[in-house]
Design a protein around this ligand. Structure first.
Ligand SMILES: NC(=O)c1ccc[n+]([C@@H]2O[C@H](COP(=O)([O-])OP(=O)(O)OC[C@H]3O[C@@H](n4cnc5c(N)ncnc54)[C@H](OP(=O)(O)O)[C@@H]3O)[C@@H](O)[C@H]2O)c1
Length: 249
């Protein structure tokens, strides 16, 4: 199955990297990213146009930004028998099918940069065996039965910036206490990486882990208490609610 990408940006590049040495067609826009991928991977070809990508692929991957999606997709002629995989955020299948203009199977996915190392957990909707097999090669596929499940994971993925933001605040604080910045970063990132491993591997629920890692009356308990008292939990929930409203469109 030949894969063709319409939009050769950051997330297309991560997928191509993880799928190498497959045969893959790239659209010409995003010229420097496309040239780099074509130079590194023998199976990668840069097509002459977006339409040439569609003509040469069985699975067409839509990886342009939401703002240009309608204009880009409406300009393309698809053919029966093709499948479309959309990575475009906050853009429902009904819109995509309308712009495609043919009754083709359209599957949505949320790959993250970790697919480059074949370590991504990728939600897809609706379930599809070809697309599930693709993302299983790039890590693990989560097949969503409903759009609500898929949208909830899209909202969850919006916490990446906040993860780095929390690390940034903590590292800055440690640095202000006189610790060299590199040492503060090594310490905090190592701590978060270990905690991530525990959170994904432990059979305990998350509240039990939080309590297990917080001595009664101790320092960890104090930080979480102040965080919730000062509305940290409320702020996080409000942010997720607001992102959900955008994701649902
Ligand atoms: N990055 C992520 O982690 C991530 C995760 C999940 C989903 N997504 C979704 O994936 C999509 C792509 O995101 P991204 O981060 O890869 O964005 P990006 O790096 O900005 O890539 C978008 C690409 O689309 C190209 N493009 C613009 N107009 C085009 C046209 N008319 N025809 C063909 N290509 C065109 C751009 O080329 P130029 O550089 O020449 O303008 C650029 O290479 C978005 O819809 C985003 O919501 C991203």
């Amino acid at each position: 199955m030949t894969l063709g990408f319409i939009g050769t940006g950051a997330i297309a590049a991560a997928m191509v990297e993880g799928l190498a040495p497959d045969r893959i067609l790239l659209s010409p826009r995003g010229a420097s990213v496309a040239a780099d991928l074509a130079a590194r991977f023998a199976g990668v070809t840069i097509a002459a146009s977006n339409q040439a990508v569609v003509d040469g692929s069985d699975l067409v991957v839509l990886s342009v930004r939401p703002q240009v999606a309608e204009a880009v997709i409406r300009a393309l002629r698809f053919r029966p028998g093709q499948k479309v995989l959309s990575l475009i955020a906050a853009t429902g299948i009904d819109h995509l099918q309308d712009w495609i203009g043919l009754d083709l199977p359209v599957i949505r996915a949320i790959p993250l940069p970790f697919v480059a190392d074949r370590d991504g957990v990728t939600p897809i909707f609706p379930p599809d065996p070809d697309v599930a097999a693709l993302f299983d090669r790039l890590g693990t596929t989560v097949e969503c039965e409903t759009r609500a499940e898929f949208d909830a994971m899209a909202v969850g993925s919006a916490l990446m910036g906040t993860y780095f933001g929390i690390l940034e605040i903590a590292v800055d604080w440690l640095t202000r206490q006189g610790l060299p910045q590199a040492a503060a970063r090594t310490y905090m990132t190592g701590l978060f990486a270990s905690l991530g491993g525990v959170a994904s591997d432990s059979p305990l629920d998350l509240a039990a882990l939080r309590e297990g890692f917080s001595t009664k009356g101790g320092l960890n308990e104090q930080v979480f208490r102040v965080f919730t008292e000062q509305n940290g939990a409320t702020a996080l929930t409000t942010a997720l609610d607001q992102v959900a409203a955008r994701v649902r469109g």
